[in-house]
Design a protein around this ligand. Structure first.
Ligand code: BGC
Length: 850
């Protein structure tokens, strides 16, 4: 039966060509994101019998929980992937037992969840999804299991779930193996000849167990690879494809090795105030500068083949540094290599990190003996440091050593840039200043640090393995040739175009208040909807020629409703929870929320789940990320989504952050390049826009709506803002989502400094800024201060927000010009959407009929 519906869903669940094509993109992305951490030659394996154990064996986690979940048609687990690749899994009994244990645990979780629900504050409803169900550790592996498995080869998949609203808890073993798992792995190590341990977590995990248990032959960081993860894993395991991924974070030997480890989030009992005392020394910047040995360094990963990397040339022209390197596959299998270029800036003047990533390149798949010239390019100004005294980005005079290599700890000095004098590249205004600076950890080599050495590691730089005993080419750079930008901080102009001006002209102030307030998943009049979309722009102005558009979540794909039942009036109701936490709601609520597929016709939207942000970044492959972006863009087109609420791009400041899996890396350059690539891909489809989030310093999930990130301006600018800047500059991202938290005492959605001075004045951003969901209101940032600050759209809005804005305009507390500016930005996205074209066509046809 055909019914009149106001969306682009299909009445059939047949697999579309797009779905098939995108599944392949997801598979290829997964293949490039799996990091081989250890291998004594055991891998690759020839298909045969395999003993498979562990939480992620058949319940492989494809992505974290929360708003970034994706409802795909189906997920390939490790078990299924292995079987499809020709392996015979011989531990069905253990795996079935695990499934029972899982379901039992889930029932207990459900009961506990419903108990918690009773005391849940209504205004904190967005955090209902915090503390996802944790997978049980698994029943003991017995001698009987081993004997019955009839093989000498074992794969043990450790899995951990995490998600928004909560950080990973050390005491609950969310970051490390439990005793049960240790015993199981030890049992497998002792009784199987070959043991491969697989880590199926969203982010860095404690690898201490490798020192405790002997007999582990290989370790694979599977990460969380989306719907085709199991298939990609199996193809790596059997050597169909050689691993080509590298770590995007430093894996510490022990959690305490991270700077200020025990002060993070809940660990010091204070989730209200977070002090970024490590300053710019995040990730490898800390480990390299403070001479700490990591377990796995940043940019590290093994392959089944070997490569040689030889610097060929280095030059500076037009203020860009260009280094070329010859990469040759010197091993016996085909494979891809990732070449990385780090720079050590002069240690005169400001103290600096030992080195920073400046550029990287991934080769194509090189056959045995084949070579490729890798080209690594970056602007000299990327090497500037932010000097707080005069709020300027500065290149200090001296030697800049270019280090080329295949991980942050395996480089060779390739050339030296010699800057004759100090060059100021940007003059800024101060932003987000605190009355008192955050007391940062002592700089290496300082007296204070000598005394503090036991806590923070010995002063001095790490031995990163590079050889400097070569005669290096010295390239002279003149400071006077480097451009200096002096920012100015006027009120930005309102966006203006003939169409938006015409639509805005007749609107009253009340209408403008409607326009800057969005709507949620339910309620309101609507021209169009995508079932399951996280929100919409207003539907209140339909009669004034302004249709609503849809905003759907990410970043691992589009979060939409897979199957929906159509009600008599043409509305749709999902028949399955579109976010896993809904599974645990009391039946009475759940049934009321869901549609009944037996009574009503159904419509379908199958989205593709891609590898999570971290997993994608591990590919270090920007072309691949563009492809993923384009694949998402095609689905946006197919389902009528205008803004994708992705990519997520906060810095991995601490491995325990519950949302790290959604984000790319500890390094701002890699983060920015990845976000830019995916943005270009999505936005290559007309009328499809990305929303980079969560701007900025959203590095803690516990108490995320209230926590205050205390950070000095240099770290803010060099680490936490830099990735966003790259995403906007190189990816042209059309929208930014401000975060929940405060920075130095001000909610970011109320921060004129961040949303206007940095975003618009300094970076020239002219797109849309929206709040995170329910991030403004009572006890949070105020709706009207958000508009004043340059936060254009309040999401998901509500009548209260509209009322407050109207009141503030009447009382003169909210300037109409600010409201107009925000309205124009919201409207711009609407008129550039495909939905607007459809709306115009429909209206024109209607007029013709009349
Ligand atoms: C998350 C955002 C998400 C929004 C809409 C919030 O809870 O922080 O990342 O886009 O919900 O679902």
């Amino acid at each position: 039966m055909k019914m009149k519906i106001r969306n682009k869903t299909a009445f059939t669940d047949a697999e579309t060509t797009l779905e098939k094509e995108n599944r392949e993109v997801s598979y290829r992305a997964a293949l490039e994101g799996i990091v081989l951490l250890e291998n004594d030659g055991t891998l690759p394996l020839s298909p045969g019998k395999i003993a498979l154990y562990g939480a992620g064996a058949d319940m492989t986690i494809k992505g974290g929980t929360g708003s970034g979940e994706v409802n795909e048609r189906r997920v390939v687990s490790v078990k299924e992937g292995l079987e499809k690749a020709g392996f015979t899994v011989t531990t069905e009994k253990w795996i079935d037992g695990y499934a029972r244990e899982y379901r039992k645990g889930e029932e207990e979780y459900k009961a506990e969840f419903q108990r918690r629900l009773r005391s849940f504050r209504k205004d904190d409803i967005i955090n209902i999804m915090s503390s996802p169900y944790q997978y049980p550790f698994g029943q003991p592996v017995t001698m009987k299991d081993v004997e019955e498995s009839g093989t000498d080869t074992c794969v043990y998949v450790v899995a951990r779930q995490a998600g928004e609203g909560a950080d990973r808890k050390l005491e609950r073993k969310e970051y490390s193996l439990s005793d049960e798992e240790k015993q199981n792995i030890a049992m497998c190590a002792a009784n199987y000849e070959k043991l491969i341990v697989v880590i199926n977590t969203g982010s860095v995990f404690d690898m201490n167990f490798l020192d405790e248990i002997e007999g582990i032959n290989a370790v694979v960081y599977l990460a969380q690879q989306g719907m085709e993860g199991g298939r990609a894993f199996a193809d790596i395991l059997c050597g169909k494809v050689s691993p080509s991924a590298k770590t995007v974070d430093t894996w510490p030997k022990k959690y305490e090795d991270i700077p200020c480890a025990m002060e993070y989030s809940y660990l010091n009992g204070n989730t209200e105030e977070e002090y970024y005392r490590e300053g710019i020394y995040v990730g490898y910047r800390y480990f390299d500068t403070y001479d700490k040995e990591p377990k796995y360094p940043f940019g590290y990963g093994l392959s089944y083949t070997t490569f040689s990397v030889k610097a060929q040339s280095a030059e500076v022209s037009d203020s860009y540094v260009k280094v070329t390197a010859e990469v040759t596959n010197t091993g016996s299998r085909p494979g891809k290599e990732i070449v990385q270029l780090y720079v050590s800036c002069p240690q005169s003047g400001m103290a600096k990190e030992y080195q920073r990533l400046a550029a990287f390149a991934k080769t194509k798949e090189l056959a045995r003996g084949e070579s490729e010239t890798a080209v690594l390019r970056f602007p000299v100004s990327d090497l500037a440091s932010f000097r707080e005294e005069d709020a300027s980005f500065v290149l200090e005079a001296g030697d800049y050593i270019l280090r080329l290599g295949t991980s942050s700890r395996d480089t060779e000095a390739a050339a030296v840039l010699v800057l004759d004098q100090e060059a100021v590249t940007e003059v800024c205004d101060h932003v987000c200043l605190r009355a008192v600076r955050v007391n940062e950890i002592p700089m290496p080599g300082s007296d204070e640090q000598e005394n503090d050495a036991s806590e923070n590691g010995a002063p001095g730089f790490a031995d990163t393995g590079e050889r400097e005993d070569v005669d290096l080419e010295r390239i002279h750079v003149k400071a006077e040739e480097i451009e200096k930008v002096v920012h100015s901080y006027e009120e930005p102009d309102s966006y203006s175009s003939p169409v938006t001006d015409r639509l805005l002209a007749p609107l009253s102030v009340g209408d403008l208040c409607e326009l800057v307030v969005g709507s949620g998943m339910t309620g309101q009049k609507r021209f169009f909807e995508a079932p399951g979309a996280a929100g919409y722009t207003t539907g209140e102005l339909l009669e004034k020629g302004i249709p609503n558009i849809c905003l759907a979540d990410g970043p691992a794909g589009l979060r939409l409703q897979k199957v929906s039942a159509v009600t008599r009036d043409g509305k749709v109701k999902g028949v399955e929870p579109q976010i896993s936490v809904m599974n645990y709601l009391p039946d009475i609520i759940r049934n009321r929320m869901l549609g009944n597929p037996e009574k009503r016709p159904c419509v379908y939207q199958f989205a593709t789940s891609f590898p999570t942000g971290t997993a994608l970044a591990q590919s270090w492959n920007t072309a691949l990320l563009e492809e993923v972006g384009e694949a998402v863009g095609k689905e946006m087109e197919a389902y009528g989504v205008t803004y994708w609420l992705a990519p997520g791009m906060n810095i991995h400041r601490n491995p325990l952050c519950g949302r790290n899996f959604e984000y790319y890396s500890e390094d701002p350059l890699l983060t920015g390049k990845m976000a830019a690539a995916i943005s270009r891909g999505v936005q290559s489809r007309r009328g499809c826009f990305v929303t980079v989030k969560h701007f900025c310093c959203n590095n803690q999930e516990d108490n995320r709506n209230h926590t205050n990130a205390n950070v000095n301006e240099r770290a803010l600018r060099e680490i936490y803002l830099r990735g966003f800047r790259i995403a906007l500059r190189e990816g042209g991202a059309k929208s930014v989502m401000s975060c929940y938290n405060k920075v130095n005492g001000t909610y970011v959605n109320n921060s004129y400094d961040l949303l206007t001075k940095v975003l618009r004045n300094e970076w020239g951003f002219s797109g849309l800024v929206m709040t995170d969901w329910f991030a403004t209101g009572k006890g949070l940032g105020s709706h009207s201060a958000a508009i004043e600050a340059g936060n254009d759209l309040i999401m998901p809005g509500g009548r209260g927000a509209v009322r407050e804005l109207k009141k503030k305009v009447r009382s003169g507390e909210l300037e109409v010009t600010a409201l107009q500016r925000c309205s124009a930005n919201v409207l711009r996205g609407i008129v550039e959407s495909r939905i607007y074209q459809a709306y115009r066509k429909k209206n024109a046809a209607k007029k013709k009929d009349e």
